[in-house]
Ligand binder design. Structure first.
Ligand code: ZN
Length: 287
């Protein structure tokens, strides 16, 4: 069975219950991947019962910090916990995914002092050997690739396709992803305003995780409706795409207020008649 774990259901604005964006997806064949790696994603991954060395793929929607700031932590932790028998991590995302990865974990990267010390220090070697590793320890190796729209990757019984999302171009490219698995199709919109490319990508999907910053009339009034979805935008995209379930993610602080949420839930269901879920962090959903 495919299973989605919501690691980060929030935005760049921290709240007591949500901060940043990140998701883990367990595929029917047992493979595990992540979409985005926002604040504390590595720790939240462990909180839902998963483990960094079992994540073999990372997909970035874009490179705002609320979607990637925990990437250094994830890379270092995954490498540190590995004993050399794991699969190489494959990472996909719009530019600067390759450059960013190299600048973090490469031999001249910002954290090279860390892994070089762990490779060389006898005490660190002992911990590695006690964990099951065989010396010598090898440097981190990550297969990172800059990608654009189109077919991204095909696994054994799953494949992933990307489409342009409309967010903060031309400053940063943004992508939405669709995962077609043996158990159904899951779409992650990433950060986007309602647009035809994401709607088409999500056509008839079983689940769409759509960003939802705030209640729509407020966004339309304060000018925050460009480059991102509000309640109406998310509902309209879900309805037009014909998705079976809409999971609202990237929920801002105002929409987190229970009163605003209940008003919004009513207006959402007037537009979209499928199942609607306001995602909470550490929530797990079966497909
Ligand atoms: Zn964001």
């Amino acid at each position: 069975m495919a299973r989605i774990h919501v690691l980060g259901a929030g935005t760049p604005t921290p709240t007591p219950t949500r901060f940043g964006s990140s998701f883990a997806l367990e595929l029917p064949n047992g493979e595990q991947l992540m979409v985005d790696c926002g604040p504390a994603a590595t720790h939240k991954l462990v909180k839902v019962g998963l483990w960094p060395t079992n994540i073999d793929y990372m997909f970035f929607t874009h490179h705002h910090f609320d979607h990637d700031v925990d990437y250094p932590c994830f890379l270092l932790c995954r490498w540190d916990q590995s004993i050399g028998k794991e699969n190489k991590l494959k990472v996909f995302g719009p530019p600067p995914t390759e450059k960013f990865t190299n600048e973090i974990i490469g031999s001249q990267g910002a954290f090279a002092h860390d892994w070089k010390a762990r490779i060389g220090a006898p005490g660190s070697q002992r911990v590695f050997v006690n964990r099951g590793g065989v010396l010598p320890r090898t440097p981190p190796e990550v297969l990172a690739k800059d990608i654009g729209p189109g077919k991204v990757y095909s696994g054994k019984d799953w494949e992933v396709t990307a489409a342009p999302a409309v967010h903060v171009q031309p400053f940063l490219d943004s992508l939405a992803y669709r995962f077609d698995t043996a158990d159904g199709s899951i779409v992650f919109t990433g950060d986007t305003e309602p647009c035809d490319s994401v709607r088409d990508l999500a056509k008839d999907a079983d689940v769409m995780l759509c960003m939802c910053w705030d209640e729509q009339t407020i966004m339309n009034k304060n000018g925050e409706h460009e480059g991102q979805c509000g309640t109406d935008g998310a509902a309209i995209m879900a309805m037009n795409a014909g998705v079976k379930k809409l999971i609202l993610v990237h929920i801002g602080p105002h929409l987190s207020d229970p009163n605003v949420k209940s008003i919004s839930a009513r207006s959402l269901s007037q537009i979209y008649d499928g199942e609607i879920v306001f995602a909470d962090e550490l929530m797990s959903i079966n497909i």
